[in-house]
Design a protein around this ligand. Structure first.
Ligand code: TRP
Length: 363
């Protein structure tokens, strides 16, 4: 069976280091592994509009931001198809048919939808478009016959919902029409749930606690130096805590053993650094400076590639346009398969026409 990847992001802001360790870095590795027949990376603008319908400018202006973030991280248009969701009208058509297979109560139980409804204060006035976005996300995945979906942990309920729809569709209309997708999560716990720089569980633009991939060196340094650590670690000599200490969570996500030899040779690895911190006698500033070195090393090439692409924005749009044309062809084929299996292919089904013609003649 072919190995196909599909994943994407809503264009509601620049991407941050949480996106990077949670999914982007893995996508690039998978893309470069040569093990996949196709890699589709989608900018989910239609989905972004489900909760930003009154702010199309926000979505519009972030298409190029997300595309720049993608390519600066190493997603390569020669190896992956980068495209824009709203260009593929087949996706909305698939969504309409899949909607028959999902109940309102099932959508209400989706934990991600539930928490987003609270977050956005929709409560009793939930827009239907927003409420049904898990169905549209199933269309995104199945249209490309993707079996691997690299995402962050928050997307697991979406994948569960997609798998249910696929199962239901195949049972109702014919086995093997739709491909069963699987989520690929980061292996490292810290990467799975990278907190904001203030220690809050989620990085969010409105909280101002994100480190963006496009931040300057100085912005990154400032954010790291004011990061949340251990509020009980007042004096350098005090024993410190690692759990919930953002600086150490970031080190868990980013640092490699070799970087100790280079930046902090008194320690062989992160375990030794943690041990000293817990024992007491290690100051936050020293750990933060180390994290700054580690993170700058990771972000410098990304920043440099971004600067190059920023010089040629028309080329960025051209890549998305070409990718969208290519992606549409694939989605159109799946839609044709779906309509065939649902028996809504009257004008292509010559057997149907002859069979009915015979029947009416015989009557
Ligand atoms: N829901 C994803 C996000 O919020 C974006 C997305 C849309 C997506 N369609 C998808 C992710 C399909 C994976 C597969 O970022």
């Amino acid at each position: 069976m072919s190995k196909i990847i599909l994943t994407g992001d809503r264009p509601t802001g620049r991407l941050h280091v949480g996106h990077y360790v949670g999914s982007l870095k893995r996508r690039v590795e998978l893309q470069n592994s040569g093990e996949y027949d196709s890699v589709y990376i989608m900018i989910a603008d239609a989905q972004a509009l489900t909760d930003n319908f009154d702010n199309p400018e926000k979505v519009r202006s972030n298409i190029s931001e997300v595309a720049l973030d993608y390519m600066s991280c190493g997603l390569d248009p020669a190896k992956s198809t980068l495209f824009v969701q709203s260009y593929i009208s087949e996706l909305t058509e698939l969504t309409f048919y899949y909607a028959n297979l999902v109940t309102v109560s099932r959508l209400k139980r989706n934990p991600t939808v539930k928490s987003e409804i609270q977050l956005r204060g929709f409560n009793s006035s939930i827009p239907v478009g927003f409420f049904t976005y898990p169905i549209s996300q199933t269309a995104d995945i199945t249209a490309f016959k993707a079996n691997v979906v690299p995402v962050g942990e928050d997307q697991l309920p979406m994948l569960e919902q997609a798998r249910e729809i696929v199962r239901s569709f195949n049972t109702t209309y014919g086995e093997e029409v739709l491909v069963m997708p699987k989520a690929f999560l980061p292996e490292n716990q810290a990467c799975m749930r990278l907190p904001g720089t203030d220690g809050k569980a989620k990085m969010s633009k409105s909280l101002g606690n994100c480190i963006y991939l496009s931040d300057t060196e100085e912005e990154v340094r400032k954010k790291i130096m004011s990061m949340y650590t251990d509020p009980t670690h007042l004096q350098v000599s005090d024993p410190g805590h690692i759990e919930g200490n953002t600086v150490f969570t970031y080190l868990d996500a980013f640092c490699k053993d070799e970087q100790f030899a280079e930046y902090l040779p008194e320690y062989a690895n992160l375990d030794e650094l943690k041990e000293h911190y817990q024992r007491g006698g290690l100051g936050d500033v020293k750990v933060k400076k180390f994290l700054n070195n580690v993170l700058q090393e990771e972000l410098a090439p990304i920043r440099a590639r971004r600067k190059e692409w920023e010089k040629d924005i028309p080329a960025v749009y051209e890549i998305l346009h070409k990718g969208s044309i290519e992606a549409e062809k694939v989605a159109a084929q799946t839609l044709a398969d779906v309509k065939n299996s649902m028996k809504i292919n009257y004008f292509e089904d010559h057997a149907l026409i002859t069979e009915q013609a015979e029947r009416f003649k015989a009557e």
